[in-house]
Design a protein around this ligand. Structure first.
Ligand SMILES: Nc1nc2c(ncn2[C@@H]2O[C@H](COP(=O)(O)OP(=O)(O)O)[C@@H](O)[C@H]2O)c(=O)[nH]1
Ligand SMILES: [Mg+2]
Length: 449
């Protein structure tokens, strides 16, 4: 592989800033080997061989480290790369980075290592985006799906669709350029081919909704009147004492959010109890408004009431707000009543006690069932909004080509549509891309990646 671009040498801390077993500082660019030779007690760094030594700042010993040398093009970025594994303390990694910067590297920008990997053709753009997805995945499921894209699944599929369209385009061009020697392709053949490509694109786009859900997660709000045990349930689902629980109505005044992993990332929202009362103050009133808003915006509401009281008018008013949206009815404090005394007022009520934890597994499995109903666990193709937009544009061009072929229009016209279909696909993998789009993608990355 030829490295066509010559960049400055960059460096960054690649591990999260904090205390840990190991910290990693990464250097990439033409001066990497020179810099490490200047700042280490070793002078020889055979590519692919693990080296052990000290990082020095002049005479001062900074840390005892492991050095991993990679020679271009066999590295993450495709350039010469040095990775320094040091002891994982905030100051020690910073001290090493400072020495590296003092010796001729500049601080890397967000995503600059991966951007260079892309520019040096170590990854296509869909793989580079998968790196970011993998790092930021909120659930193990999404991490696995992102790893599929990192291995190139999406890029390969796009490549297949592209070569189908390319084959047709070449035959059309040959017919146009050499009308005496080459017969232009039959319209029936074109129609078949376009339908097949449209079908392939639809298959990827059919996973768009579950891709979005996997990436962003869903919102689940716990709603109910004060004191029914919303905060207790919130804490139980999190396995954490996060929200304050008291027997005083109006304890929760703000919205509290935390994430749990139910195959997709679920943002669990504890809300202020919704009630009308002359004693509520301004703060609680605002909290109640937020609660109503959260209920309306949630993908799923858990409607909680107190089994010992049954459904009061206040409960019914809240139920009215959410009854036409996806919801689960939950009766809490079932530890306080005899099983035989429980009357199911609303269908499919889950009976729980946040004290004894009875019924929580059933509630969780109902939540999971809902999650699965909107996002199947195995999504064949994970895409992001940018990729989906490219696919939609490609689909429009192909649809135009199909319409034209069905009307048996001049093949010159069809050729123009096919060219734009190909361009849209090239954008997904990054073969055709503007600097603006590129910067926009990598600006979201972490420093050091
Ligand atoms: N007996 C019993 N009490 C509960 C249960 N869940 C919550 N509580 C109590 O009900 C009161 C109100 O709980 P809290 O979670 O603050 O309710 P919220 O106002 O809806 O958030 C507190 O005194 C809790 O200890 C339960 O399952 N059983
Ligand atoms: Mg509360």
């Amino acid at each position: 592989m030829n490295i066509t671009q010559e960049f400055e040498t960059i460096a960054a801390i690649s591990t999260p800033l904090g205390t840990g077993g190991v910290g990693v500082i990464r250097i990439s660019g033409g001066k990497s080997f020179e810099i490490i030779a200047n700042i280490s007690d070793k002078k020889n760094f055979p590519a692919g061989k693990i080296c052990h030594g000290w990082i020095l700042d002049g005479e001062t010993k900074i840390d005892e480290v492991i050095i991993l040398p990679f020679k271009s093009p066999n590295s993450y970025t495709g350039e010469d790369v040095i990775e320094i594994q040091c002891h994982g303390g905030i100051n020690v990694v910073q001290n090493i980075l400072d020495v590296v910067l003092k010796n001729g590297a500049r601080m890397a920008e967000r995503g600059e290592f991966t951007k260079r990997a892309f520019l040096n053709k170590k990854l296509d753009l869909s793989q580079a985006e998968a790196v970011d997805d993998l790092i930021h995945a909120k659930t193990s499921n999404f991490a696995i799906q992102s790893a599929k894209n990192l291995s190139g699944v999406l890029g390969v599929k796009i490549g297949e669709i592209k070569s189908e369209i390319f084959e047709v385009t070449s035959r059309i061009v040959a017919g146009i350029d050499f009308p005496e020697d080459v017969v232009e392709p039959e319209y029936e053949y074109l129609i078949d081919k376009f339908k097949k490509s449209l079908n392939d694109i639809d298959k990827i786009l059919s996973c768009a909704k579950s891709s979005d859900i996997m990436r962003q997660g869903i919102k689940v709000a716990i709603v109910g009147r004060p004191n029914v045990g919303k905060s207790s349930l919130f804490n139980s689902l999190l396995n954490l004492d996060r929200a304050i629980v008291t027997d005083i109505a109006g304890t929760t005044r703000d919205i509290i959010k935390e994430n749990i992993d139910l195959g997709v990332s679920v943002t669990l929202i504890d809300t202020a109890g919704i009630r009308e009362s002359s004693t509520i103050d301004k703060v609680e009133k605002i909290g109640i408004e937020y609660s109503k808003q959260s209920a309306k915006e949630a993908d799923l509401n858990i409607f909680l009431y107190d089994a010992t009281c049954g459904l009061l008018d206040e409960d019914k008013e809240i139920y009215e707000i959410i009854k036409d949206m996806p919801h689960i009815v939950v009766a809490n404090k079932c530890d306080l009543i005899e099983l035989k005394d429980f009357k199911e007022i609303l269908p499919d009520t889950v009976r729980i006690s946040t004290y004894t934890k009875d019924g929580l597994d059933e509630l969780k499995s109902k939540m999971k069932k809902f999650v699965c109903s909107i996002s199947p666990e195995d999504t064949e193709f994970v895409t992001n909004k940018r990729q989906q937009n490219c696919l939609i544009r490609c689909k429009e061009s192909l649809q135009n080509a199909l319409n034209a072929a069905e009307r048996e229009e001049l093949q010159d016209m069809i050729y123009i549509d096919l060219k734009s279909a190909l361009l849209s696909l090239d954008e997904i993998t990054g073969e055709v891309i503007t600097d603006e789009i590129l910067n926009n993608i990598f600006d979201h990355f972490c420093i050091g990646k």
